[in-house]
Ligand binder design. Sequence first.
Ligand code: ZN
Ligand code: ZN
Length: 325
Amino acid sequence: MTTIPATTQTKQTANSARRALTVIGDRWTLLILRDAFLGVHQFGVWQTRLGVAPAVLTRRLKSLTENGILRRQRLKTVPPRIEYHLTKQGFDIHSIALMVLQWEQRWFKAPRGSAIVLRHLGCGQITEPRLTCGSCGAETSAREVRYESGPGAGAENINEKRMRRASITAADNRATHGFLEHAVDILGDRWGWEIVGAAFLGHKRFDDLQASTGMATNILSDRLRRLSADGILTRHPYQQNPLRYEYVLTAKGRDLFPAIVMLVRWGDRWLANAAGVPMLLFHKTCGGSLNPAVSCSSCGGTLDPHEMSYEFSDGSVGKALPRAG
Ligand SMILES: [Zn+2]
Ligand SMILES: [Zn+2]
């Protein structure tokens, strides 16, 4: 694995999914958040569960705190102990996680680690979270959504410190266990997600994808290869001499739509600038704004992270988390 820290400034099309990925689209960050949703608050517990190097964990917790997703809490124990708790902004990532989890459960028959059953404490029933339209309440999918430029559309300067990883190796995967690991393995980091997001917006060819995502050529090639091998993209030649391919989403890839929509919503809600949101989403079926929500398959109510429990195949139960103080 090659890690090249670099501060870069590029001009790219404003995009809420990218803004969100800049903050949370990193494999360790995703795993730290997964465990936070299961009630992990302490450095040592994360370290043991994830097998992550202390320096890496320190950096990720610092970044999550600086970005308003976790808050540090000093406990009056002897010696004093620091805990990290999800903020309101952090809890709001739960809807993305639920959509990723649903995808994982649909496409991986025998998940490594524990299978998981979700219960909505609001109605007491087992639930399969669904993407629904906030205007009409109906379940929705990629085909029923249309996009328009929003008030914040246009180019923006992106000035950030990036950890660019040229490739993801098998050795990186040994620390993951339990749910969401397929998603973290396959999508790996923000680049995989960005390509899938660009594919939903109709970008198919290498040059298009590169212009849309601003990725380095070697990273884009590597991720296209991985996403194709994992059955998320499929490629078709569109030109023979020289041979050129188009990449399109498979059914498995298209099924990531709910996760991407909730990622966009989170970016819209927490990371939009004064100009407003870059893109407006409409539900074609009812004609209203999509206002995406994640709802319970049993009662139709909106799923709130404070009203859910997680039942694992080994009999253990993850309890609902208290609200942010
Ligand atoms: Zn609707
Ligand atoms: Zn319910």
